[in-house]
Ligand binder design. Structure first.
Ligand code: FAD
Length: 508
C-alpha cells in the first residue's frame, strides 16, 4: 500500500530520515506550501521566499531522483491550507493510510501530526548530532544544565578539534581571545549574493503579491535556495570570514551588517547544509593553517555546542516552554520593533538591518533588541513572536530557547545563569552606534541619558529580590548600593519617564 512521506519546508535534506525509510517505487512524497505555515506569525518576506523557493527546488531534485512528489503550491485553489489538511487530501487521492515523517522542530506540528486519523510514524531527526533521547540522558540528574559541559561531551563524541582525548591546542574554549570591537574595513569581504533563478523569481512575485503587508523588505533577495548555493556560501565563509570570526564575533558596526559572521543559519536550519560538514570544514581550515584556533573553536562551539544544546533544551523542557514568564513582564512590544521611530541609534540600526536583510547577528539580537525588551519589561510572548517572525533563520526549536531563555530570562535560568542585560557602556564599547545617537551614552541621568543606562538600573532594582543573591551579580548590586540615595532616586525617576513614554506610544 502507498505511504505518504512528509517533507517539511525545513527538512530539505536528501538523506532525511523519512526519505531513507521510504520507497520511491511505492511511496509518494508530500510537500505543501500552506497558508497556516506562512501566516501563524507575520514572517519576514525574505524568509517566506527562501523557504518556498528552496522547497520547489528540492521537490525538483527529488523528482529527478525518481520520487513521485505531490506538491501543493500556496496559490493552489484545491489546497486545504494546512499541512495536516494536505496529508488527508493526498491520502484520499492515493489511497494511503500511513504517513512517514521526520519529527518536526515544533511542538505545534508534532501535536497536529499525532492527532491525524492516519497511522503516522515520526522518526528521529538525525540531522542533529545529539538526539533528543541522548540530550535527556545527559540532562537527567544534573542540578544545573550548562552548555560548556555539553559542548565538551559533543567534542569528545564527534572528535572535532580533539587530539586524542584532549582538546586541540590544550583548551576547550578560546573565548578570552574573542569579543573585540571592530573597525570599518574596506577589505572585509561582503557575504556572497545569489542572483534569483527563475523558480525564485516566481516565488518572489508570489510573495510580493501576498505578503506586502509583512514587516521587511523582500528585494534585493540574495540568499541561495539550493544545496549547491549553500555549499558555495560555506566555502566563501571559510575562506574569507572565518579567519576573523572569533575576533569580530561580538562587534557591531553601522555600515557592516554581516561583519565576519557566516550567515549560514538559514541553510543549516532548512537542511541545505548539515552541522557536521560545516564544523568539519572549519576544522580543516584550522588544520591547514588557514585560520587561528580561536576562530575555528569559536565557530564550531556555536554549532556543535549552542545549536545542539538549544535544540536539546527545547524538546527537554516541553511544549509549554514558550509560555514562560518568570519575571512577569507584561509591557506591549514597542512599535519601534516594527520600524517605528526611535532616537536610539543602536535600536534603529538593528531593526533597520532586520527589515532589510531578515538578519541580525547574535549580539545585535541579544544585547540590542533583546536587552532593551528585557530591561523595558516587555511580555516575553510578544518578544518571542517578533523574533520568530522577523529572522530568516527563525524556527521555533531554535528561536524559542534563545528568546524566552537566553534573551528574556523568562525560563528562570534554564538557558542562562544570569540575565543578559547591560547599560549603554557595553554597546558603546562593542559598536560604533553611540557616536551617532541622539542620546548621550555617558549621561547616567537627565533627558539625554541613554535609555539603556536608565532602564538597566531600573531592571536590577525592580528584580533585586531575585537577582541580588546571584553570585555573578553581587558586584553589580554592590555598585548600585554605593550610589548616593538621591542619585539612585533620580535614575529610577528618569527610567520611569522612559517607560511612560513607551507606554504612551511616544518616540523614545
Ligand atoms: P554565526 O555567528 O556565523 O554562527 C554560526 C552558527 O552557529 C549559526 O549559523 C548558528 O547555526 C549557530 N549558532 C550560533 N549561536 C547560536 C545560538 N545561540 N543558538 C543556536 N544556534 C546558534 N538562531 C537561529 O538559527 N534561529 C533563530 O531563530 C534564532 N533566534 C535567536 C533569537 C535571539 C533572541 C538570540 C539572542 C539568538 C537567536 N539565534 C537564532 C542564535 C544566533 O543569533 C543565530 O544563530 C545567528 O545570529 C545566525 O547568524 P550566523 O549564521 O551568521 O551565525
Amino acid at each position: 500500500m502507498t505511504r505518504l512521506v512528509l517533507v517539511l519546508g525545513d527538512q530539505l535534506t536528501e538523506g532525511l530520515a523519512a526519505l531513507r525509510a521510504a520507497d520511491p517505487v511505492r511511496d509518494v512524497v508530500v510537500m505543501a506550501e500552506v497558508a497556516a505555515e506562512t501566516g501563524y506569525v507575520p514572517h519576514h518576506p525574505q524568509k517566506i521566499a527562501l523557504v518556498l523557493a528552496a522547497m520547489r527546488t528540492f521537490a525538483a531534485v527529488l523528482e529527478g531522483q525518481g520520487w513521485r512528489v505531490a506538491y501543493t503550491r500556496l496559490d493552489d485553489p484545491a489546497s486545504s491550507g494546512s499541512i495536516t489538511g494536505e496529508l488527508l487530501r493526498r491520502a484520499a487521492e492515493h489511497g494511503a493510510g500511513r504517513v512517514i515523517a521526520t519529527r518536526p522542530g515544533e511542538w505545534r506540528l508534532i501535536a497536529a501530526l499525532e492527532a491525524l486519523p492516519l497511522a503516522v510514524t515520526l522518526l528521529e531527526d538525525d540531522r542533529f548530532l545529539c538526539s533528543t533521547a541522548d540530550f535527556t540522558t545527559w540532562a537527567t540528574g544534573r542540578k544545573q544544565l550548562r552548555m560548556e559541559y555539553f559542548y565538551r561531551d559533543m567534542r569528545r563524541k564527534t572528535g572535532l578539534l580533539m587530539e586524542g582525548d584532549q582538546p586541540a591546542g590544550g583548551q576547550w574554549n578560546y573565548d578570552h581571545d574573542n569579543r573585540k570591537p571592530a573597525k570599518p574595513d574596506l577589505f572585509r569581504q561582503q557575504p556572497p549574493r545569489f542572483a534569483p533563478d527563475a523558480v525564485t523569481e516566481d516565488v518572489l512575485a508570489l510573495v510580493e503579491a501576498r505578503f506586502a503587508g509583512h514587516f521587511g523588505q523582500l528585494r534585493p533577495f540574495g540568499w541561495a535556495t539550493d544545496r549547491a548555493g549553500a555549499l558555495q556560501a560555506l566555502a566563501h565563509f571559510i575562506s574569507h570570514a572565518l579567519p576573523r570570526f572569533g575576533d569580530e564575533q561580538d562587534a557591531m558596526l553601522r555600515h557592516d551588517w554581516a561583519l565576519s559572521h557566516s550567515l549560514l543559519s538559514p541553510y543549516l536550519n532548512i537542511g541545505l547544509l548539515g552541522p557536521l560538514e560545516v564544523c568539519r570544514a572549519a576544522e580543516a581550515a584550522w588544520q591547514a593553517g588557514h585560520v587561528p584556533i580561536n576562530a575555528a573553536e569559536g565557530f564550531i562551539r556555536q554549532i556543535l555546542g549552542w545549536r545542539e544544546y538549544i535544540r536539546g533544551i527545547y524538546f527537554h523542557e516541553g511544549p509549554e516552554y514558550t509560555a514562560r514568564n518568570l519575571l512577569r513582564h507584561d509591557r506591549a512590544l514597542p512599535a519601534l520593533y516594527w520600524g517605528g521611530k526611535t532616537r536610539m541609534a543602536c535600536m534603529r540600526h538593528a531593526v533597520a538591518q532586520t527589515r532589510d536583510h531578515a538578519y541580525a547577528h547574535h549580539i545585535q539580537r541579544l544585547m540590542i533588541t533583546g536587552n532593551f525588551a528585557l530591561l523595558a519589561g516587555v511580555d516575553p510572548a510578544e518578544v518571542h513572536a517578533w523574533y520568530l517572525a522577523v529572522y530568516i533563520d527563525a524556527f521555533e526549536w531554535v528561536e524559542a530557547p534563545n528568546t524566552i531563555g537566553m534573551s528574556q530570562f523568562a525560563d528562570g535560568g534554564v538557558v542562562a545563569s544570569k540575565p543578559y542585560v547591560s547599560s549603554g557602556a557595553y554597546i558603546d564599547r562593542m559598536s560604533d552606534y553611540c557616536g551617532t545617537c541622539a542620546y548621550k551614552v555617558k549621561d547616567k541621568t537627565g533627558p539625554d541619558a541613554c535609555p539603556f543606562n536608565l532602564l538597566y538600573w531600573h531592571f536590577l532594582h525592580r528584580h533585586r529580590d531575585r537577582f541580588a543573591a546571584n553570585p555573578r551579580m553581587g558586584a553589580i548590586y554592590a555598585g548600585w548600593n554605593r550610589m548616593e540615595e538621591s542619585r539612585r532616586a533620580q535614575v529610577l525617576a528618569d527610567a520611569e519617564k522612559v517607560l511612560a513614554r513607551l507606554d504612551a506610544g511616544e518616540v523614545v
